[in-house]
Ligand binder design. Structure first.
Ligand SMILES: *[C@@H]1O[C@H](CO)[C@@H](O)[C@H](O)[C@H]1NC(C)=O
Ligand SMILES: *[C@@H]1O[C@H](CO)[C@@H](O)[C@H](O)[C@H]1NC(C)=O
Length: 441
């Protein structure tokens, strides 16, 4: 009697167990499938009729063959001469926070490669001049710059150790190394064959809108030169900069809202860097301190935003750019598509390049750093619980891809609802999850 009771109990546990396994596996499989097919179905929808597949990898097997007629270029139909080569160049200091910020820039560079066929028409290389030991904390596919002897058909990442001489030359204002590296022979040799140079800070993020800009498919027109249109001072600053330019014999065109990002030719980038470092040295030596007429009431390092030593490179860059382009510079060269603020709620597609400014609102690099400390101090189990938001992060990434294929493949202006802020936030967290995943033993 007792024995058969136990037998029935065991049997029913066994049956429940089998049913549970079956349900779990079914749940897992259907979820897997819905993630895969929803991207593919958008692709089918937008690439129906005569439009070809957006990319070989996103293409279901029954896609129309690439030989079908269309105005949209496919990789096989792009001639080598039509490919635009651009180098994103930056200096990386040894501060750990800067290295972490660079990894976000790197992730964005990797991410935008999925926007085929644009990423086959514009090849974006990354060139990093790193201060040791930050060179040892780069991703594995960043290889020495000496291997950059010809332009490739796939995007590459290169690094070059920042010369000790540059670091010691600017030890009183280390930030200037982020421009001084562009005056070195290694830089000149490595960049001469590119069509474009995008000079950025390490706290930059690339938007897929950069492809549209460089291919002249963006509402904002690509010009021979453009600079991030963000101011760095007040009217007091502007008057002072014009006065100093005049004193030194440079022409100032009155263009003041120039931030740290330049999109120019390789030759111009060297010219601007050369003059900027030259003027920067002068400013540091002569234009700060209580003995300087006009700023006697300011501390020795000046005072933000009136006149501040911390942004000397921006002051120097402004004078240099105004002088070098004195015959052609105007307000149209201060563009909102560069140095677009990372807390912006504009569509991601309205930016080419995003800059993490010192804002209190997300996405803000300092707040994100605090959140990361908190995240990393959690136990493994708690971290997994926090990552539950992963699926909403994934849906934003999916949304960006859908926005692209939904509009670009219909030959419409690419736009959408996902904001710059959402893009950067999601990218930053996915980077953190992946990095902890990789070492979370
Ligand atoms: C920088 O400018 C100086 C002075 O005009 C010039 O002699 C030098 O050759 C320039 N350097 C580069 C790398 O262009
Ligand atoms: C796409 O748009 C461009 C410019 O508006 C036009 O020249 C081209 O014919 C269009 N292609 C298709 C397939 O509609």
């Amino acid at each position: 009697m007792r024995c058969s009771y136990w037998f029935i109990l065991k049997l029913s546990f066994f049956v429940i167990f089998i049913v549970l396994i079956w349900r779990t596996s079914q749940f897992y499989c259907t979820n897997q499938q819905s993630i895969d097919t929803s991207i593919a179905s958008t692709t089918i929808l937008t690439s129906s009729s005569s439009a070809p597949c957006p990319s070989p990898s996103a293409c279901p097997t029954d896609c129309p063959s690439s030989s079908s007629s269309s105005s949209i270029l496919l990789p096989s139909s792009i001639s080598r001469s039509e490919i635009v080569h651009i180098a994103v160049v930056l200096a990386l200091a040894k501060e750990t926070s800067h290295i972490a910020e660079f990894h976000l820039l790197y992730e964005s560079w990797r991410f935008i490669q999925i926007f085929s066929p644009l990423s086959e028409q514009v090849i974006i290389d990354l060139i990093v001049f790193c201060e040791l030991p930050s060179c040892y904390q780069l991703p594995v596919n960043c290889i020495p710059l000496s291997y950059n002897y010809k332009l490739n058909l796939i995007p590459d990442c290169f690094y070059q150790k920042l010369e000790d001489q540059i670091v010691s030359d600017w030890k009183d204002y280390l930030y200037m190394t982020s421009i001084a590296f562009m005056v070195t022979p290694q830089y000149q040799q490595a960049t001469i064959n590119y069509k474009w140079i995008l000079r950025v800070d390490q706290d930059a993020i690339l938007s897929p809108g950069l492809f549209l800009g460089l291919l002249r498919k963006h509402p904002i027109k690509l010009q021979k030169k453009q600079f991030g249109g963000l101011g760095h001072g007040t009217e007091f600053t502007n008057i002072r900069l014009r006065m100093i330019a005049k004193k030194l014999g440079y022409t100032h065109m009155g263009i003041h809202n120039l931030c740290s990002t330049w999109l120019v030719s390789p030759k111009d980038s060297i010219k601007i860097a050369n003059l900027t470092t030259h003027i920067g040295r002068y400013l540091l030596r002569n234009e700060f301190g209580r003995h300087v007429p006009g700023i006697e009431d300011l501390p020795n390092i000046g005072e933000w935003p009136k006149w501040w030593r911390g942004v000397t490179s921006l002051y120097a860059g402004e004078i240099a750019i105004n002088h070098i382009y004195s015959s052609s510079l105007s307000h149209q060269h201060e563009v909102s598509v560069l140095d677009h603020p990372s807390d912006s709620q504009d569509s991601l597609w309205s930016a080419w390049h995003i800059h993490c400014l010192h804002n209190p609102t997300y996405f803000a690099k300092f707040r994100h750093r605090d959140d990361l400390y908190y995240f990393l101090r959690r136990s493994q189990t708690k971290r997994i619980r926090i990552i539950k938001d992963y699926y909403s992060a994934q849906s934003i990434i999916k949304g960006i891809i859908d926005e692209f294929y939904g509009t670009y493949m219909r030959n419409e202006t690419v736009t959408g609802k996902i904001s710059v802020r959402d893009y950067v936030t999601v990218l930053a967290w996915i980077k953190a999850y992946a990095a902890t995943g990789a070492i979370n033993l």
